[in-house]
Design a protein around this ligand. Structure first.
Ligand code: PXG
Length: 291
């Protein structure tokens, strides 16, 4: 059965959801996106995702052809048209059709696309047993070339690292920044726990400021855990008591080994599990906030 895709104000069948080969999103990765969760018919952290999309567009000088309210409405329309109550949303904005040259100012029709998919959660095993990750030799893009805070359609930096994870037989790759500090994984932010205290790299460590990351920082405050946004190295990760990753697709996944070093006792940690179960309540509170 064909799914309905939102394209520039219309819901169209998947077979008819097409962009031009001259679209600079296709030619150059010139565009932005968001990965968003819908739980029980409500968009999780809608404002945060839409604000981040607007910020990404601002830096790339892409003029959004719709209001924030209209984009939120487009997401709800897409979810409704496909009969979902829980879904993973991919919101994409391309710079639109231009010439074969790089000139962004010749692109005049930014494309706004919303794809909704039934949740394909990672296997339950990942959450129960945790995953193993490996450090990639591919360094994260420095902020002064293309800021990792821009969630752009050009994910080659992350894809190069993810390929390394594949060949190492791991689920994810840990990326370092140009200083050698821990940055993030290819599609998730990272947290470590040491002596009951949590640490996650700061925004200026070349990370994407994850919506799930920021939610976990809030959850820590609510639960009374100290959580510090400060730079750390792989030594801190290897010697941590616990480690986990956060992202809209995965939510929160325990990490039990990094570069072959077992983290803690090699099992998902107590604080990790506490935060994972608090995340469910946090989602419900977010839905009430947006009711
Ligand atoms: N860092 C990077 C580089 C990301 O791409 C996150 C952190 C987590 O951010 P949020 O806002 O989701 O908490 C992301 C998330 C996937 C997938 O299918 C995930 C992301 C992008 C593309 C695919 O797992 N981004």
């Amino acid at each position: 059965m064909s799914i309905k895709i939102y394209m520039n104000g219309q819901l169209v069948d998947e077979e008819n959801a097409k962009v031009s080969v001259f679209d600079h999103g296709f030619l150059y990765g010139d565009g932005v996106f968001e990965g968003i969760r819908v739980y029980n018919g409500k968009i999780f952290r809608a404002k945060e995702h839409i604000d981040r999309l607007w910020d990404s567009c601002k830096t790339l000088d892409i003029k959004m052809p719709m209001t924030k309210e209209a984009v939120i409405d487009a997401i709800y329309q897409t979810v409704g048209a496909n009969g979902f109550t829980d879904a993973y949303i991919r919101l994409i904005v391309t710079r639109g059709k231009g010439t074969l040259g790089l000139d962004a100012h010749l692109c005049c029709d930014p494309q706004v696309i919303v794809i909704a998919q039934a949740l394909s959660l990672y296997s339950a095993d990942f959450y129960e047993k945790g995953i193993k990750i490996v450090t990639a030799s591919t360094i994260r893009n420095p902020s002064d070339s293309l800021s990792p805070r821009v969630k752009s359609l050009n994910y080659l930096n992350n894809i190069m690292a993810k390929i390394e994870a594949y060949y190492a037989g791991c689920e994810e790759a840990l990326m370092l920044n140009h200083k050698g500090d821990v940055c993030e994984c290819t599609g998730d932010n990272i947290f470590i726990v040491k002596k009951g205290k949590l640490f996650t790299p700061p925004i200026d460590a070349c990370i994407l400021e994850g919506v799930t990351r920021n939610s976990v920082i809030e959850i820590c405050k609510e639960l009374g855990y100290e959580c510090s946004e400060s730079a750390f190295t792989r030594h801190d990760v290897y010697t941590a008591d616990e480690c986990f990753l956060t992202g809209s697709a995965a939510e929160l996944i325990p990490v039990v080994a990094v570069d072959g070093r077992e983290i803690g006792d090699g099992k998902p940690g107590r604080i990790t599990k506490t935060i994972l179960s608090a995340f469910g309540d946090f989602v419900k509170k977010d839905a009430q906030r947006n009711a």
